[in-house]
Every structure is written in C-alpha cells, then in structure tokens.
Design a protein around this ligand. Sequence first.
Ligand SMILES: [Zn+2]
Ligand SMILES: [Zn+2]
Length: 483
Amino acid sequence: MAPQPMTDPWTLRMPAAMATTLRQHLFPGDGDEHGAVIGASVVATARGTRLLARRLYLAEDGVDYVPGQRGYRMLTATFVRDRVRDCRSQGLAYLAVHCHGGTTHVGFSGTDLASHERGYPALRDILGSTPAGGLVFATDAVAGDLWLPDGGRAELERAVITGWPIKTLYPEPPPPPTSDPTYDRQSRVFGDRGQAILAAQKVAVVGAGGAGSLIVEYLARLGVGELVIIDPDRVEETNLPRLAGARACDARTWLTDPARPGWLQSLGHRYATPKVRVARRVARQANGRIHVHALRADVTQSTIAANLVDCDYLFLAADSMQARLVVNALIHQYLIPGVQVGAKVQVGPGGVVTDVFSVVRPLAPGFGCLWCNGLISPARLQDEALTAEQLRQQRYVQDEAVHAPSVISLNAVASAHAVDDYLHTVTGLLPTGYEPRWRRFHPLVPTGPQRVRCDIPRAAADCTECSETGRLGQGHNAPLPTK
Ligand SMILES: [Zn+2]
Ligand SMILES: [Zn+2]
C-alpha cells in the first residue's frame, strides 16, 4: 500500500470504553480542570487523516497535573517526558488532554495556545514522524490543535466515539444541512442531520451474495454516499432465487443449460456477470449520486483489505472464516464499527431440516469480537486454505460440490436487522446506554420468546484482536492477517 500524505480533515476515533474512562476522569462532577494524554496511531487516507486512540494515560491530580506557572494547571515535565517517549517508541501521536466547562462549544484559551507555542515544537521533534498536539473537551464537544511532523499545523475537525450509538463531537455544532426532498419520508425519522450523515458515509459490504446484495440495496436506498463492495464470484443460475437485482442473463443461462456442450457451459460460467457488478447496478438504480467501488476480489488479499481502512462501517456478509478473520481485525485495529450477518439451514440425516436461523452480530471496536466468542475456528481456517485451491481447479467443472441451503427471506431478516442497527447508531437515535446484543432468529421454534435469542458477546481481557494489548487502535502499526 502506497503511504498517503497526512491531509485534512483530521479526525480522532476512540473506542467507547476508553471514552467513558476519559469522561469520568475529566468530568467527575467537581467542575474543576483535569488532565490526561492520549497516544494515537496515525492513519493517513484519501479521505483525510485519522488519529486512532490506542493509549490513555490519566494524569493524577496533584501528582501529574499540578498548579501551572503560567496557566491554571499543567502536566508535570516528568509525566510529559515519559508519555512522549512511550508514544515515540510505539509510533503514536502525543495528544495532551484537558477539560473546560460548557457543553456543546469548546475552544482553547489564549493561555492554552501560548503554552502550545512553547511546548509542542520540542515534543514534535522528539516524536519525529507523528504529530504532537492538544485536545480540549467540554461535555459534548472537543477541539484539537495538532503540530505536524512536516512543520504544518492542523485543527481537529471532529472526534468519533465508536460505541452504541456512534457519537460525534465537534468544537461547535455544525450548521444545519439543507434538506433533500427525495428523502422527505425517511428524514422525518432521523432528520436532515441524519440524512446528511448517511450521505457523508463510506460503508463496505464484504460478500455480495444473498445477504450482501440485500444490504447493498438497503444502504443505497437509504442514501449512503459511498459503498465499497467486495466479492470474488460470478452469478450462477442457482443464485437467482436470492440475489437482489440479478437477472437470468447475468448467469448466462442460455449457455450454462445442461443440454449445452460442456465447453459452452464453461464459457457461460467464465463470462457470467460478477456479483459486484450486479450490486453496483442495484445501488446506482436506487441512487444516481452514489459512489460505488465494485471490487471483484477477495478481502483476504492485503491490497483489497487496504480499501477498507477509511470506511465508517463494515458489513461482513461472506461465509468464509478467512473473511471473518480479516474483517474482525479491521474493526478493532482501525476502530471501525461493523456487523457480521448470516443465515443457516441445518439439514440432518435423510435431508430432514433440523434448524433454521438468521444471525446478526454487531461489532464495536474493543467490544468483544469474533475470536473472543469462538466464531473463528483455526481448524476451519486451515481447511479453507486447502479447499480454496481445490475450488479454483474445480470452478469450471460442471459437477461442483453440493452447496449449502440458502433462502432469501432468511437472509432478509439478518440483513434488515443489521442495516437497521447501522441506521440508528450512525444517526445517533439509539439511547445512550443501549446494549448491543447478538441475535439469532429461529422461525421454526414454536414459542415466541425462544424465537429470538440474544447473547451478550464475551470479551477476553487479553484478546489478541480486541483488547488494548492486542490490535485495538493499532492502525498501520500492525499488519492485518491478510495474504
Ligand atoms: Zn484550557
Ligand atoms: Zn476479542
């Protein structure tokens, strides 16, 4: 991946648990000023530069945060020195944090800015390749002054707290957006502000099959501005019952008919429409202004996964363990919320259906993960590495492996719930304190309450993926588990 230059806008992303700890430290209810330092990975992308909060160092009042010589309070020289060294050794930006009064408006005082002039040039020199800077928080606002390695200076545009709901803090409330009459009926639910948020989003859908094709259609019609759709496969005739937007001609059914000679059938399979092209067509039919990146590729390739690091949300609708491994890592490493969806029909001996369910697993950075919850199997990862090779050889052979059962309505249940979660979390409609559950919908269970099963995902304290000692907030400072 070619390194991007650090450009505007500068944004900060912070996992919800860290944001809660910081909030309790800054606003304990005493109305006084408190201090801390955040160490943040720096991810420069075509959509701007993201600071990913990885380390939070709380300054103890009276020990690390003391009466100032020029201002009201200051971090001690020892505290600053040790944290800057820590940030430098981990490749992180150094961000000194303090609080002001107020709620939705915040800015640095003249005394604050004068102290930045005195202190940050030296800190920036020690850090070398990452910025130094300061953040000031009010209860519902943040402003930032960043001193860049190239000698430039930038302001923080906003901070995104990646919990449920996803919360965005600005130095002051942004101006009201203009309303778009197309969305009149739905903006009555989440407002012009919610509609503007959707239009500014870049969302990935990994897997453009039964569930993914529906998710693409829902997102495009909601007015999401930019989609990345990733899937390596082409349309087959057996996909038509559940692939949103697919036509018989996409599967080249006149060539793949079993009555045709084998070579014609092969040709049909080889030139069938890629699933991502069908998905792009659906998205554009829904919304002429949408920007779609249709990648007929595998998310486990590092060059493909690199397209997702600046997304705002990730939908995982591919069944492979390898795709789970990579998307799970992206969510925690790059602080991008997401969800895994699926549907399953279990068939026992004699072809008897034993269980049917749809599943929705919302994933927020640092909040339990697919590894912690036993949903990534090392044994199956190994098997897939083998069968992927075999599949490549068999792809154009008529007599392929028998496919698992799959039904559009089961996919629709999972996809609709996942998109509904997304919609309500990004537009800020979820109540604070909302607890995300992983849900399984079992349509064949006779009693009502058992038809929807909810689990609170587990989070292992030392998880290599979603914990602070693992990938969480590492950004480009760690490799992704890609090929
Ligand atoms: Zn201040
Ligand atoms: Zn985990």
